[in-house]
Each structure stands twice: as structure tokens, then as C-alpha cells.
Design a protein around this ligand. Structure first.
Ligand SMILES: Cc1cc2nc3c(=O)[nH]c(=O)nc-3n(C[C@H](O)[C@H](O)[C@H](O)COP(=O)(O)OP(=O)(O)OC[C@H]3O[C@@H](n4cnc5c(N)ncnc54)[C@H](O)[C@@H]3O)c2cc1C
Length: 462
């Protein structure tokens, strides 16, 4: 008899969701987590703390820029950085304790410590050996740096260090204009730091719809973020209390440097599988270090599965969660499924950016005939009432069938609005299906409907 039906290694969004679903499906389940708290990167040093700081600093921005217009006069709030960090830590604590509660409620055992797999069917945690019929690896990812850049988490930091700087820096260089770089750059720009984002490509937000990317850059520039694009960072030289970032412009090979109190290296993340013993077991990896899985999250080792940031695909908490639920279903003998064509991506800047499905660039590359329906938030009464008229909704639909192929939103609550389009896509809806659905007035969601109308006979308020 095995000790457990399932042992999940890693208590992040992939692992803890998988463990809870396994238990709900009647499987005896344990989850191994080496951190002091559950919730993984996302709850401890990722999604949640970054959103807490984005919320606090956005509130400051509103007070500084929009309160007086609404007749709310008085001194703008001053920043108590220590208190802001403690608010952020409190939010983390509430969330991580919540997962502990859910484990107890669902009778998932938390095996505290770092786990390894000495052999198929066995998990070692500290000195204890546990048997498991099935093992799910959900060990996530860690920040990756560039060759020659030494991260000390004080002056040269990853996102983890950037979430707990001892003081607000006067200047910050962000290397990499992806989601994490732009979110953390926004936080510090709102707090008064001089933020310069250095990016290798000629545009920000790699992989995102180009029109949205240009629009976001313009709006962030207006908020005070500086951009150096098409620049290959050559190195970061640590000085006493600062660092010097050297870069080369790709268009003419000219070289320049930037001094900053803090340098945030936001050049991506890589799978974390250290210490599991995968090599000895012969578990196959992909060239970029992800664990190789088949269509049902199975590795080449029978009874061993892998999900989340540790495998291929977008490094997103909700992608990890969906895989966690799906692999639990597979282990329980049901048919787990993830629709990788409908995974939304959100950037929590101001305004927010959200996208799902194909970009215009992808559709052009595929030679697919499509139509684009666009609607500006300037035509949305609710957005105008709350200083949120910047941005637009764009829906891409098949030219002949009208089936929705993708959607891209920059504007208020974009990260929430995208989901009605996700649901529509899951049901194979046409743009007309969305356009004929009554949307409450005045809501931001009317902009989604108007963009859908624009795929047909035209938007009303454009
Ligand atoms: C600053 C930042 C902001 C982000 N914001 C967002 C966002 O807004 N939305 C979004 O969708 N995604 C966001 N992400 C990405 C998101 O955090 C990850 O995609 C998600 O956490 C991946 O989940 P996971 O379960 O695969 O791995 P992780 O969350 O990385 O969890 C893995 C866990 O496994 C544990 N572990 C590893 N090895 C072992 C071992 N051998 N034994 C025991 N335990 C082990 C680790 O300690 C860790 O807790 C953000 C990331 C960062 C860094």
C-alpha cells in the first residue's frame, strides 16, 4: 500500500490547486513545500505583493492627479514606505494562511521541507521517505539574469528584491520591458523614482499585439517612465551605493551608460527543478530546462507528472492552476483538459492591458482573413467619468465566419473585461453573439460590446 495516492511537490498556484482538487476527487494527497508559507512565487513574491504595491501607488497617483478635479481638496498623502511594505506583507500573510486553511479543510497533508524523488513512486522530504502512486512536480520557476550580471538583491535586484527595497530609490534602471519590469517600474515611477526601462527589442511587451504595445508605451511615457529600446545591455558595474548599466544601441552599435541607485533585472524566469534528482531518474528536459511532458502532463517516467512554470507554456499563475486541476482529473481517471488557445494575459499597469487568443501579427503571419473591430474608451461614458478614457478594445474575428479569434484591451479594468471574451471564445462565439448581448449601462463592458459591433455594421458611440 502506498502512503499517498498523490504527492505534489511545490505549493504554488499549480501545486496547491492540484493538491486540493486531488483531495476533492477522493485521492489521499500530500503537498511538499520548502518555503515557510504556501502559495509559491505567486502569493509570496509575485502576483499578489506586486498587485498590492500597484494598488497603493495607483491610489497615490489618483490623489495627486485627479482628486482636486473632483473637488477633493487638501494635501496629497505623503508616502510612509515602511507602512506600505507592511500592508503588502499583511496581504501576503492573509493569502498564504488562506491556503493553509484550505489544505486543512480538504485534508491535504503539508509535508514541510524540500522534496526529492529518489525513485519513481517515492518522495523524500528531509530524512523521511514517502511512497506515492503518483507524483506531480510543480516546483515553479526562478528569476533568470543575463550573463555577467551579478544579482545581490540590494542594488542589483530581481523582482523579489524590488518588492522589499529598504527605501524608495531616487533612480532605477529596469532591464527588460516585459510584464514584471513594467509593473515594478510603474510602482517606483509613481513613488517618484526616475525610472528608465532598457529593452533589447525595438518595442515593449514582447509577443503582445503591436498596436496595444505602442499605445501602452506612449501612456507609460506620459506617466514619467523613460524607455531605451533596441539596446543590448553589456553589463552592470557595481559602484559603492549605485550601479552603472552599460548598453549598446543595436541600430548603430553606439555605447552608453546609465547610473542608478537600483537596477532591476527583469529579463525573464527559468524553470526551477534543482534538487529533485531528475537527472539521475532520467526525466527528459527540453533545451530551455523545462520538464518535457505529453498532452496529459505525464513525464517520460511512469507515474510522474509535471505542471506550471516548470513545464512549457506561458509562465502564469492561472495557467499553472488550470494544469493543476486538469492533471488531478487525469490521475483520478477523468479527462482533464486545458484550452491553451484561450489563456488570457494581463499587465496590471495603469491602464491595464489584457489579451487573449491571436494577435493581428499572428493572423497576418498565418495568412488568415480577419476583421478588426475597435472601440476607444473615449466613447465610453463610464470611463470618461473616472478619468479612464485612455485606451481601446480590439476584437479580431474571422472575416467569413465572424468567429472571435482574439481580443486585446488597453483601458480600465481590462484584466476583468477580457473574461467575457474568453468565455465567448470557449463557446466558439461570433463577434455578433457578443454584440447582440445586452450590456449594462454605464459599464466599461459596453466598450467590449461596441468593439464587437464594430466587427459588423459599426459601433454606435464611435
Ligand atoms: C513579480 C512577479 C509578478 C507576477 N505577477 C503575475 C500575475 O499578476 N499574474 C500571473 O498569472 N502570474 C504572475 N506571475 C507569475 C506567477 O507567479 C507564476 O506563473 C506562478 O507562480 C507559477 O506557479 P507554479 O505553481 O508553477 O510555481 P511557483 O509559484 O513558483 O511555486 C513553486 C513552489 O515550489 C516550491 N518548491 C520548489 N522546489 C521544491 C522542492 N524540491 N521541494 C519543495 N518545494 C519546492 C517553491 O518553494 C515554490 O513555493 C508573477 C511572477 C512574478 C515573479
Amino acid at each position: 500500500m502506498a502512503d499517498y495516492d498523490v504527492i505534489v511537490i511545490g505549493g504554488g498556484p499549480g501545486g496547491y490547486v492540484c493538491a486540493i482538487r486531488c483531495a476533492q476527487l477522493g485521492l489521499k494527497t500530500a503537498c511538499v513545500e520548502g518555503r515557510e508559507t504556501l502559495g509559491g512565487t505567486c502569493l509570496n513574491v509575485g502576483c499578489i505583493p506586486s498587485k498590492a504595491l500597484l494598488h497603493a501607488t495607483h491610489s497615490l497617483h489618483e490623489a495627486e492627479h485627479n482628486f482636486a478635479t473632483m473637488g477633493l481638496k487638501g494635501k496629497s498623502p505623503s508616502v510612509d514606505w515602511k507602512q506600505m511594505l507592511s500592508y503588502k506583507d499583511d496581504v501576503i500573510g492573509q493569502n498564504t494562511k488562506g491556503i493553509e486553511f484550505l489544505f486543512k479543510k480538504n485534508k491535504v497533508d503539508w509535508l514541510k521541507g524540500w522534496g526529492s524523488i529518489p525513485a519513481a513512486g517515492q518522495v523524500k522530504v528531509g530524512e523521511e521517505l514517502h511512497n506515492a502512486k503518483n507524483i506531480v512536480i510543480a516546483t515553479g520557476s526562478e528569476a533568470s539574469s543575463l550573463p555577467g550580471i551579478e544579482v545581490d538583491e540590494k542594488i542589483v535586484v530581481t523582482s523579489t528584491g524590488a518588492l522589499e527595497l529598504p527605501k524608495i530609490p531616487k533612480s532605477m534602471v529596469v532591464i527588460g520591458a516585459g510584464v514584471i519590469g513594467l509593473e515594478m517600474g510603474s510602482v517606483y515611477a509613481r513613488l517618484g523614482s526616475e525610472v528608465t526601462v532598457v529593452e533589447y527589442l525595438d518595442h515593449i511587451t514582447p509577443g503582445m499585439d503591436a498596436e496595444i504595445s505602442r499605445s501602452l508605451q506612449k501612456l507609460l511615457k506620459k506617466q514619467g517612465l523613460n524607455f531605451v529600446l533596441g539596446a543590448a545591455v553589456q553589463g552592470v558595474e557595481p559602484l559603492k551605493t549605485k550601479a552603472k548599466v552599460g548598453y549598446k544601441l543595436r541600430k548603430d552599435d553606439s555605447e552608453a551608460t546609465l547610473d542608478a541607485d537600483v537596477v532591476l533585472v527583469a529579463t525573464g524566469r527559468k524553470p526551477f527543478t534543482d534538487g529533485l534528482g531528475l537527472q539521475a531518474l532520467g526525466v527528459e528536459l527540453l533545451p530551455r530546462g523545462q520538464i518535457k511532458t505529453d498532452g496529459h502532463w505525464a513525464t517520460n517516467l511512469p507515474g510522474v507528472y509535471a505542471i506550471g512554470d516548470a513545464i512549457e507554456g506561458p509562465m502564469l499563475a492561472h495557467k499553472a492552476e488550470d494544469e493543476g486541476m486538469a492533471v488531478a482529473e487525469v490521475i483520478a481517471g477523468k479527462s482533464g483538459h486545458v484550452n491553451y488557445g484561450v489563456i488570457p494575459g494581463v499587465i496590471y499597469t495603469h491602464p491595464e492591458v489584457a489579451s487573449v487568443g491571436k494577435t493581428e501579427e499572428q493572423l497576418k503571419e498565418e495568412g488568415r482573413a480577419y476583421k478588426a473591430g475597435k472601440f476607444s474608451f473615449m466613447g465610453n461614458a463610464r470611463a470618461k467619468a473616472v478619468f479612464a478614457g485612455d485606451g481601446f478594445v480590439k476584437i479580431l474575428a474571422d472575416k467569413e465566419t465572424d468567429r472571435i479569434l482574439g481580443a486585446h484591451i488597453i483601458g480600465p479594468a481590462a484584466g476583468d473585461l477580457i473574461h467575457e471574451i474568453c468565455v465567448a471564445m470557449e463557446f466558439g462565439a461570433s463577434a455578433q453573439d457578443l454584440a447582440l448581448t445586452c450590456h449594462a449601462h454605464p459599464t466599461y463592458s459596453e466598450a467590449v460590446r461596441e468593439a464587437a459591433l464594430a466587427c459588423g455594421d459599426g459601433a454606435i458611440h464611435a
